[in-house]
Design a protein around this ligand. Structure first.
Ligand SMILES: C[S@@+](CC[C@H](N)C(=O)[O-])C[C@H]1O[C@@H](n2cnc3c(N)ncnc32)[C@H](O)[C@@H]1O
Length: 265
């Protein structure tokens, strides 16, 4: 936790939302705070995770579920990039790969998209119940379809057998090579001409390899300088949200991401 004072400002359709100390959300992004829908949400201890690509030096709060404190959620700022991106495209189909306990899914669904979520852990009754309870508490369970199973298989199955289509994608699944590239290839294969893809944890080179697939295919791409670095790839009529990295942080960029444009940079 940092000693940053609480931040308060108004989102465009929300009452005033106060952010706890240690949180940053880029100015200009509408705020939402579904914390009460996640009764086990807590500020985590980064030393409990042995993942080599966790940016332990970033002073923003590392949120976890206290039942599984070694697994992190997207940060408050990253959650707001998801939420504000979804708000730009109300009612469109969206696909999330890798929901864990539903924190990122909740922010996407609160943004007003129709969300399909793929995660193998949803086959576990207690995980499914937890995600369902959180999304229900936030009032978005009805606009979300939880699909137990693995990407990329389930992506092709939903698109092919079930005719699901999506313009917005969020990839935060298996981070080990070659899984992120396989996710990216699946998403690129099913994406329509107007599409936008958000990719979490580009600090990890194997994840960045997946993100690079979109650039190789001619999509426009940009980085968001956030706790774990998010990427956005887009084409057609969809445009990403603007973002200003926390000016209080001395940001660095890993060498494998050095040649990408950075939002607000
Ligand atoms: C870091 S967690 C996601 C965190 C979540 N996006 C959030 O911030 O709230 C990664 C998730 O990816 C899931 N996952 C792993 N392999 C997957 C696959 N092949 N397809 C879909 N999800 C997968 C894991 O079960 C885990 O829940």
């Amino acid at each position: 936790m940092s000693d940053r004072p609480p931040t308060t400002w108004a989102g465009s359709t929300h009452a005033q939302v106060e952010l706890p100390p240690g949180d940053y959300v880029a100015l200009g992004l509408a705020l939402v705070r579904p914390d009460a829908c996640f009764p086990f949400l807590t500020a985590g201890d980064r030393t409990l995770s042995d993942w080599p690509f966790l940016r332990r030096e970033i002073p923003h709060t590392f949120y976890v579920d206290r039942r599984q404190p070694a697994v992190g959620f997207v940060s408050r700022d990253e959650a707001h990039i998801l939420y504000n991106t979804a708000r730009r495209f109300p009612g469109v189909g969206a696909l999330e790969i890798g929901c864990w306990l539903g924190w990122s899914a909740c922010h996407l669904a609160l943004g007003g998209v129709r969300l399909d979520v793929i995660d193998p852990l949803l086959a576990e009754p207690d995980v499914y119940a937890s995600v369902r309870a959180s999304l229900s508490a936030a009032g978005v369970f009805g606009s979300t379809t939880l699909v137990p199973g693995f990407s990329p298989g389930r992506v092709f199955e939903l698109a092919g057998l079930h005719g699901r289509s999506w313009n917005l994608f969020f990839i935060d699944g298996n981070h080990d090579a070659p899984a992120p590239l396989a996710d990216a290839k699946a998403v690129a294969a099913v994406a329509p001409a107007d599409a936008l893809v958000l990719f979490h944890d580009l600090v990890c080179p194997a994840v960045a390899e997946g993100f690079a697939h979109f650039r190789a295919l001619g999509w426009r791409t940009m980085l968001y300088q956030t706790m774990q670095i998010m990427g956005v790839a887009w084409r057609g009529a969809m445009e990403p949200v603007a973002h200003v990295p926390d000016p209080a942080v001395s940001w660095t960029m890993p060498p494998h991401l050095a040649d990408w444009p950075v939002a607000g940079g």
